[in-house]
Design a protein around this ligand. Structure first.
Ligand code: NAD
Ligand code: LMR
Length: 382
């Protein structure tokens, strides 16, 4: 059927669209942790933006399912968003709400976005959030395994520490024996805020003369030195900078999260910029599942091996041989409706010597530890 889709025109692709979705003519996006700082802003952005992707000749309903353990806030969020004049339907769900709770929130979901969990306070690292958030995310993973069609659903994880929690989700799904449905191809940690920052900070120092924001790939992980911005890909824009300026720019991307944690002074971390970064990613997935595109390329933190230690797709093996056998890495990859389809590892062949010999080795050393913590986590022991 994929060949068939390739040979059809766009109108016909739209007619074929229902097989991509869990429920015909209905695309459901669930947000777990919707009452939080990211969750509320992301819900607003999706409620006001996603309907622009619906094609007139394929009137798919888009449904936003809002879930949180905080019932008061979720009810208020729902009431408020429900006055917005866009054709995106909404539902609100809370734990023990007497209306199916998390199961009702998740059932028939096509895309699940997870910003549930604690944010940092000044003086904390993302790793300090591990124990509490790993427990929350493990429980949410159990609910996803029970309520969703794992042969279709995409899981987009925002909660920190992303580097360790994506492995936690992977392991938890394996413990449910559900991983054989290829879900590891559809499990992605969102690192797009790092790309958003790299683009913004570079543009501040060296604005391009075409009025467009520069695209800067950022690979590795999502925490301090594991974040590797590839500014060498914008050689023209960085050519005016001296070495200290460039090193400062790299460090600003790596520690951009701390700037916000400090400025918010105990009232949390990035929410608005994160919601913007996540909205861009959810938009890509929505476009894909509506059948508007057959694939897209994006950078996310993804598993490279499946539960039987086999490469999850084309490029996994090559990437692993370049990055010291790490099982998870943020890297450009092509995504189709069945998941990550091809890892575009060539970016590693074009790094400059500083990126390759200084940034990547530190990234790999720290990422390895983060991944091991995630793989060793057992919620039953907490
Ligand atoms: P927040 O405290 O404002 O919101 C978190 C929400 O999660 C709250 O509404 C809370 O009730 C809810 N929650 C807690 N346990 C839950 C459960 N079991 N089920 C459902 N909901 C639950 O925090 P925030 O600022 O929105 O940040 C959320 C997470 O995102 C943090 O871990 C933060 O570190 C992370 N984050 C990641 C990135 C990234 O780039 N990936 C960027 C910013 C923040
Ligand atoms: C960020 O990069 O802003 C987030 O990961 C939140 C944090 O704790 O810094």
């Amino acid at each position: 059927s994929s060949l068939l889709v390739l040979h059809l025109g766009r109108n016909n692709i739209n007619n074929q669209m229902p097989h991509l979705l869990s429920s015909p003519s209905n695309l459901k996006v669930a947000i777990l942790g919707a009452a939080g700082g990211i969750g509320q802003s992301l819900s607003l952005l999706l409620k006001t933006q996603l309907h622009y992707l619906i094609q007139a000749n394929s009137p798919t309903n888009i449904h936003l399912s809002l879930y949180d353990i905080n019932k008061e806030v979720i009810d208020g969020l729902y009431a408020d968003l429900s006055h917005i004049d866009t054709p995106i339907s909404l539902s609100a769900h809370a734990a023990n709400d007497g209306k199916g709770g998390i199961h009702a929130a998740l059932v028939d979901s096509d895309i699940i976005v997870i910003p549930a969990g604690m944010p940092r306070k000044p003086g904390m690292t993302r790793d300090d959030l591990f124990n509490i958030n790993a427990k929350i995310i493990s429980q949410l993973t159990d609910s996803i395994a029970e309520s969703c069609d794992l042969s279709k659903v995409f899981i987009l994880l925002i909660s920190n520490p992303v580097n360790s929690l994506v492995p936690v989700v992977c392991n938890r799904l394996i413990s449910h024996h559900k991983i054989d449905k290829g879900i590891e191809k559809r499990l992605l940690g969102i690192t797009n805020l790092d790309l958003v920052r790299a683009s913004t900070f570079l543009n501040e120092l060296s604005p391009s003369n075409n009025g467009r924001m520069p695209y800067v790939p950022v690979i590795g992980g999502h925490s301090g030195d594991t974040i590797v911005p590839v500014f060498s890909s914008q050689s023209q824009l960085i050519s005016t900078m001296d070495e200290p300026q460039l090193k400062h720019l790299i460090s600003r991307v790596q520690y951009g999260g701390d700037e916000i944690v400090k400025a918010k002074n105990g009232k949390g971390s990035a929410t608005l910029s994160m919601a913007h970064a996540a909205c861009k990613i959810v938009t890509n997935f929505t476009n894909l599942l509506l059948g508007n595109v057959n694939s897209f390329e994006s950078i996310n933190y993804i598993p490279l091996l499946d539960h039987q230690n086999q490469p999850i797709c084309k490029g996994s093996n090559e990437l692993m041989s370049m990055i010291d056998n790490l099982q998870f890495f943020a890297i450009p990859a092509t995504v189709t409706s069945s998941g990550v389809n091809e890892i575009n590892y060539d970016i590693l062949n074009h790094l400059n010597s500083y990126e390759k010999n200084e940034l990547i080795p530190i990234c790999l050393m720290k990422l390895k530890k983060n991944i091991n913590s995630g793989l060793e986590f057992n919620v039953e022991e907490v």
